[in-house]
Write a new protein. Structure first.
Length: 265
């Protein structure tokens, strides 16, 4: 097991630890990445156990986060962490470290991987009991429209999380009419997921009485993973057993942003 961090690690210390953890696995992770229709890989025990638990305990209560509830999702989120959790703010900064972003780019075969410095699509995501996120595609570009969204990094922070607890990441690799690939939201696990025009993903309903918590960071690049140009906004769909909701969500995408936002956001 990699060495324990101090109780108050800086973003630089955390970034160094992340790099030391992933660097020896670079080739094997890169090989695994290429095996899937929607490329994804998971790294367990990302941080030393003591530090992972300390960061988990530093996660703010849901009452301090913004609640987002609609037909498409029921979650609590936060982007600006300075006044919510200094430890998690340091961790988020570590995910933005140029050396760490460069290593992730080497693993997934993308040059000039750029972190979401503005935190437009990154931060804390927590789901309480009954929480969910319907199948969706992330917006293809950043807010400036000059970079493609290519990678989502999800660091799971709920100790002893089990499959029966729900809140698992689902990747609809063969389309929304087939069963998804389910990846466990295991504590201290980093999950990397490719973002492109076929990367439909969701989070199934949380069954546990405690929240399913994660830190999420998005990465961008000048070129898309698919090697062909495309452009689309954030798009939600219903699950296979939600035919009416699917129709509403699909229709909402043709509505003015202010109207659609009440359904999607």
């Amino acid at each position: 097991m990699h060495g324990e961090l101090l109780n108050t690690p800086s973003s630089e210390t955390l970034a160094t630890t992340l790099i030391q953890r992933l660097s020896p696995l670079r080739d094997s992770l890169s090989s695994e990445w290429r095996k899937h229709t929607v490329a994804h890989i998971a790294v367990d025990d990302l941080l030393p156990t003591t530090s992972a638990h300390w960061l988990s305990e530093a996660y703010p209560a849901e009452a301090k986060l913004q609640r987002v509830r609609s037909l498409s999702k029921s979650v609590h989120t936060a982007r600006a962490l300075k006044h919510l959790s200094e430890p998690l703010e340091e961790l988020l900064s570590a995910f933005q470290a140029p050396a760490f972003a460069r290593l992730l780019g080497e693993i997934i075969g993308v040059r000039d991987l750029e972190p979401d410095y503005s935190l437009d699509n990154s931060g804390l995501v927590s789901l309480s009991r009954g929480g969910f996120v319907n199948p969706h595609l992330e917006a293809s570009h950043n807010t400036r429209g000059d970079k493609y969204c290519v990678l989502k990094a999800i660091y799971h922070l709920s100790p002893d999380w089990r499959l029966a607890d729900g809140g698992q990441l689902e990747l609809w690799e063969d389309g929304l009419d087939r069963l998804p690939t389910v990846t466990l939201a295991k504590f201290n696990r980093l999950t990397l997921v490719a973002m492109h025009e076929r990367s439909w993903h969701s989070i199934n309903r949380v069954n546990a009485k405690r929240p399913r918590r994660a830190l999420v960071h998005t990465y961008y690049a000048p070129e898309p993973l698919a090697k062909r140009e495309y452009k689309h906004g954030l798009s939600f769909r219903g699950r296979p057993d939600q035919s009416v909701r699917d129709l509403v969500l699909r229709y909402s995408q043709s509505l003015p942003d202010a109207v659609a936002r009440t359904l999607l956001m």
